[in-house]
Design a protein around this ligand. Structure first.
Ligand code: AMP
Ligand code: MG
Length: 532
């Protein structure tokens, strides 16, 4: 099928057409009782120009890659609303850092409508940073280039890693400046503005349902639930009390899959508020996220969370469960008894454990054998990693080379394990902190020997489960600094490399390198504020 231009594409608008919304008279911040969304157009920017484009996603959507400037880029920057679009901002609420925050809503994201992909699937296009809406509260509706680059790159990187996520089609520069106090220290700075076009079947969050319940709008609650089930969970059948219960279980199951994937690639979302939880179990709202370098359960990149570490790496499975419980409280109004939702939470726990264990076995090149013995082996690895200060990604990647090679050459164990630690460790060798990990390696090899596959086959399996390239914090920061100076080469190279995270790409070895010393405490490399 030949591709079409975005500005000539036909949009549908199921959410707007099927649910109750208002036509916003203006973008003044206010409460919007009675409505699920506000119709509002993006606010035009000075000079829309394309900075990056996700060609695979463009192809899936049947879209031609636009030139740097022109009508399609005007769409991507919010300067052109075509005849079939019905742009809207959604009304939602949420718990932020455990506290009820009331109405939040799309304060800077505006959805344009949905496009049909070449495979028949339907995708909502949403512009983040497209200008004020009734939900902007005291903020400006805009986004800066640095946070937009981070969202654009990470959405795509996660997709290619096989982690459920919203996608990003484009990154557009606006030609406008946006003022941000990045360190919240009273030193605001003008930064270049940008807009990401995000893509997902829907951007509905847990918080959309919480909003309706908090406002006592049961008709809107039911209509939204029925909309989501009919369009995105059609296999569950016609909505009914029984179907709501099954639906909740499915949300729990998908959320468990998502978090299990996060834990296995070392992704820390950073702001797991209920308004940042997708009803489809997709990673959504890339803000002050980060990637584990040293494996550390207590690590969070989000400076706002340094006090409690509520959203630290090791907390994520528990926080997702807490968020699901808040969703249950909202959906309970649709069914006779909230107790009917309890099995969903049990399913979350079981799915998380099973999925995480399955992924870790794959990462270790093991086919499931004695479940109990294997889960002990896995737990002792995680315990050993937690105190060893080794780079998570490098450790598993190196192990994929080292372990299969040792199957035929056991006499090299000591030397090869030292090489492995030297490659992955952030501390000089020898370090007593490595002892548990070394002990574990000596227990793991005999278990690997029980595998019936050849060493080559095991290695291939492990390389396909342990990425070489993830979006390291300091590498994202380098792409940002270059782009802010007008050089997009690094950003484009990075996007291409991250499309094949499991491939050796010897010409891009430096993009897989351990975090250098200069990046340890650097803002953007190790710590991030919510300012975006
Ligand atoms: P986040 O922390 O990005 O998930 O955002 C929390 C809430 O603040 C959401 O309702 C956002 O729409 C809103 N928000 C964040 N940044 C801005 C901004 N620059 N302008 C308007 N609303 C914003
Ligand atoms: Mg958000």
């Amino acid at each position: 099928m030949s591709s079409q231009h975005l500005h000539e594409a036909d949009f549908t608008n199921t959410l707007v057409d099927e649910l109750r919304g208002e036509v916003a008279p203006d973008a003044r911040p206010r409460q919007v009782p009675g409505y699920t969304y506000s119709r509002i157009n993006p606010t035009p920017v000075a000079d829309p120009h394309l900075l990056a484009w996700s060609s695979d996603l463009g192809q899936l959507l049947g879209l031609a890659q636009p030139a740097e400037r022109g009508p399609s880029v005007d769409v991507l920057a919010g300067n052109l609303v075509t005849g079939t679009m019905k742009p809207f901002a959604a009304r939602y609420a949420g718990h932020q850092f455990g506290n009820w925050a009331g109405q939040l809503g799309d304060g800077r994201a505006i959805s344009l409508g949905e496009l049909k992909a070449t495979d028949g699937s339907s995708w909502e296009l949403q512009l983040k940073g497209a200008g004020p809406t009734p939900y902007s509260r005291r903020a400006d509706g805009r986004a800066v280039l640095r946070s937009s680059i981070r969202e654009f790159l990470c959405s795509e990187a996660m997709h290619y890693l096989g982690v459920p996520t919203t996608r990003a089609l484009s990154l557009a520069g606006t030609g406008d400046v946006v003022v941000r106090d990045m360190f919240y220290d009273g030193n605001p700075k003008a930064e270049p503005g940008a807009i990401v076009c995000r893509v997902a079947p829907t951007f509905v969050r847990f918080g959309n349902f919480q909003m309706m319940v908090a406002a006592g709008e049961l008709d809107n609650l039911r209509a939204l639930a029925d909309y989501v089930i009919t369009h995105f969970y059609p296999e569950l059948g016609t909505p009914s009390a029984e179907v709501y219960v099954k639906w909740y279980e499915e949300i729990c199951r998908r959320t468990a899959l998502m978090v299990a994937h996060w834990m296995s690639v070392g992704f820390v979302h950073g702001v797991m508020n209920t308004d940042n939880m997708s009803i489809l179990g997709l990673t959504i709202d890339y803000g002050p996220y980060g990637w584990l370098e040293p494996y550390d359960l207590a690590w969070t990149p989000n400076t706002t969370d340094f006090g409690h570490r509520r959203y630290a790496f090791g907390q994520q499975p528990q926080v997702a469960l807490w968020n699901l419980a808040r969703l249950a409280e909202a959906l309970a109004l649709l069914i006779p008894d909230i107790e009917q939702l309890r099995p969903g939470l049990d399913l979350y726990r079981a799915t998380f454990e099973r999925t995480r264990q399955g992924i870790l076995l794959k990462k270790l090149g093991l086919t499931p054998d004695s479940a109990e013995a294997d889960s002990k082996l896995i737990q002792s690895l995680l315990d050993a990693l937690a105190t060893s200060e080794v780079d998570m990604t490098i450790f598993f990647r190196q192990l994929s080379h080292t372990a299969p090679a040792l199957l035929a050459a056991p006499e090299q164990e000591q030397d090869r394990f030292q090489e492995l630690l030297a490659a992955a460790s952030y501390t000089p060798l020898p370090n007593p902190a490595h002892t548990p990990l070394l002990d574990w390696l000596h227990r793991y090899l005999p278990r690997l020997r029980q595998e019936s596959s050849t060493p080559e086959a095991i290695k291939a399996r492990m390389l396909a489960a342990n990425p070489k390239y993830v979006l390291r914090n300091y590498i994202a920061q380098k792409a940002i600094e270059a782009a802010e100076k007008g050089d997009l080469t690094y950003l484009h190279t990075l996007l291409e490399v991250l499309k094949k995270p499991f491939d050796e790409q010897p010409e891009h070895e430096e993009l897989a390198a351990k975090r250098p010393d200069w990046a340890w405490d650097m803002p953007g490399c190790a710590t991030l504020s919510c300012s975006s």
